[in-house]
Design a protein around this ligand. Structure first.
Ligand SMILES: [Zn+2]
Length: 129
């Protein structure tokens, strides 16, 4: 199951980031998920929450921010891929509507940890201390 391995990678990253902060845990984490990734946001959230329980991160609130796809073509066209209908399993068109050649996605392929929040006591750089 693809979402499960994605969830594991994201939680590994969250744990690393928490360690970098010297934090004991993660209160919240935000994931950027491009809608051209074929990863279902609801399934991904479920997998993250499930895996989190096995990794001492069960208290983390999971937010998923979806990123709409954009593509760019060598001919200069750029914009939202025209035949992308946003339904699960749909294949976003990578064809340029202007010239018909293959385009590159410039957005919408994200699937990564965007940010985490850690408990206050771990914020080691508080200015008033
Ligand atoms: Zn083109």
């Amino acid at each position: 199951m693809h979402e499960l391995s994605v969830a594991e990678a994201i939680l590994d990253r969250a744990r690393e980031a928490a360690d970098d902060y010297g934090a004991s845990g993660v209160e919240a984490l935000t994931v950027e998920l491009g809608t051209a990734t074929h990863v279902n946001p609801d399934q991904l959230r479920f997998c993250i929450e499930t895996v989190a329980e096995t990794r001492d991160l069960a208290d983390a609130a999971v937010s998923i921010e979806t990123v709409e796809p954009e593509a760019a073509c060598d001919c200069g066209w750029e914009g939202e891929p025209p035949s992308f209908d946003g339904t699960a399993g749909a294949v976003p068109s990578a064809r340029c509507p202007e010239c018909g050649s293959q385009t590159e996605f410039t957005r919408g392929k994200e699937c990564r940890l965007a940010s985490i929040e850690v408990p206050d006591e771990a914020a080691g750089t508080a200015p008033e201390t």
